[in-house]
Write a protein that binds this ligand. Structure first.
Ligand SMILES: Cc1cc2nc3c(=O)[nH]c(=O)nc-3n(C[C@H](O)[C@H](O)[C@H](O)COP(=O)(O)OP(=O)(O)OC[C@H]3O[C@@H](n4cnc5c(N)ncnc54)[C@H](O)[C@@H]3O)c2cc1C
Length: 348
């Protein structure tokens, strides 16, 4: 179950990174518990990995155990009546296969999240979201394997979900083994995103919503497609910054066309717009690293890039936005295996 010297470039969508000293692929919670005990017994650091679509691994690799949930598969419909469907999905299931299943069943709740790469387990780590939905909206509870080997069922409210945030991102430690969702049979989707509102006639037509989302994502190279030159990336590299109302006013005076969205705790800005208006346009590149030709928020490995190249490029973009607008972009991507100095160079 545990192998040695696994190239991490094979395990992430950036296709970058050195080796994992040890790589474990448990198939069940019991297997995972054994791997975790083994790491503890050998005093090795432990890292959890889903499908690697939101990670940048350092060129030096990881000197510990990387535990992949990819083989922890399975989905179970626990109960269903006219108003609710309760479904438990194991961590390793591809998130989009779960969305496809829910849409085919007519269970409303996750249709706007169509096409997001990655595993179900990791979806809770950053409370994935897109086109007006996030998983916190329909997540009932999370099944955790704690470092001491015990199982805990944690309710939605105790996961401290926020915009691309959760207690799992703030305090990594437990392995997320499964998510339990509360979906609505025959439900109507509350369409919030402009492009979807324009295209969808019937908010109960979940398949039409899924098709429209996939079409928008394909146009922005935000679906997994190995034939697309923009595919070696981790989606949005930075989160959309949230600034105070005063800072937002000041920014509007600099450029009245700046998109701004009032939100909890301030005003959300568009990181893509800020990057573009700081002078880094779609396709801007330096050697093997560049911005997607379809979306300024995705940093891509154009082929043969090192993690150090991506780090330097991201820091350049971050500095450009800070110098132009005084706004600090915070990485959404997880940096793994980097030194404190390297992390500090990108403000982590
Ligand atoms: C083309 C593209 C488009 C994207 N679009 C979106 C989008 O629209 N919205 C969005 O929110 N995200 C988006 N993403 C980011 C990414 O798909 C999500 O963050 C996804 O949830 C990551 O899943 P993963 O399994 O690949 O996680 P990984 O990259 O494997 O891991 C991410 C983090 O979670 C931790 N982790 C993983 N599994 C577990 C577990 N079982 N228990 C505890 N910790 C764990 C890891 O240690 C790591 O810190 C996109 C990425 C790509 C490449």
């Amino acid at each position: 179950m545990i192998t040695q010297n696994r190239p991490l470039s094979e395990c992430c969508t950036f296709e970058i990174g050195g080796n994992a000293a040890y790589f474990a692929e448990p198939q069940s919670i019991d297997d995972a518990r054994s791997c975790i005990s083994w790491a503890h017994a050998h005093d090795l650091p432990l890292l959890f990995l889903g499908h690697g679509s939101n990670c940048l691994f350092a060129d030096r690799g990881v000197q510990g155990v990387v535990l992949s949930t990819a083989q922890m598969r399975g989905l179970k419909l626990q109960s269903q009546d006219e108003t609710s469907a309760i479904v438990t999905v194991n961590a390793g299931e591809p998130f989009d296969e779960f969305v496809q299943w829910a849409v085919a069943k007519g269970f409303q709740g996750v249709e706007c999240l169509s096409g997001i790469p990655g595993s179900v387990g990791a979806a809770a780590v950053q409370n994935i979201g897109a086109y007006g939905q996030e998983i916190a909206d329909c997540l009932r509870s999370v099944t955790l394997l704690l470092p001491n080997g015990e199982i805990e069922e944690r309710s939605n409210i105790d996961c401290a979900f926020g915009y691309r945030q959760s207690c799992f991102k703030q305090h990594p430690g437990p392995l997320i083994c499964a998510l339990t969702f509360h979906l609505t049979p025959g439900g109507s989707c509350h369409l919030r995103h402009g492009e979807l509102c324009d295209h969808i006639q019937d908010p109960r037509d979940l398949q039409a919503i899924r098709d429209a989302v996939l079409e928008i994502r394909r146009r922005k190279s935000l679906c997994t497609n190995m034939n697309d030159g923009n595919h070696r990336c981790a989606g949005s590299f930075f989160t959309n910054p949230i600034v105070s109302r005063e800072a937002a006013e000041r920014l509007l005076q600099m450029d009245e066309s700046m998109p701004q969205y009032p939100t909890e705790g301030g005003v959300k800005l568009s990181a893509a717009w800020l990057i573009d208006h700081a002078g880094f346009h779609k396709g801007y590149a330096q050697g093997a690293v560049g911005l997607s030709t379809k979306h300024t928020l995705a940093i891509i490995n154009r082929g043969g890039a090192k993690a150090s190249d991506v780090l330097a490029f991201a820091a350049l973009i971050q500095r450009g936005v800070k110098d132009t607008f005084g706004v600090t972009l915070i990485p959404e991507v997880n940096f793994i295996g980097f030194t404190p100095e390297e992390r500090a160079s990108i403000g982590l």
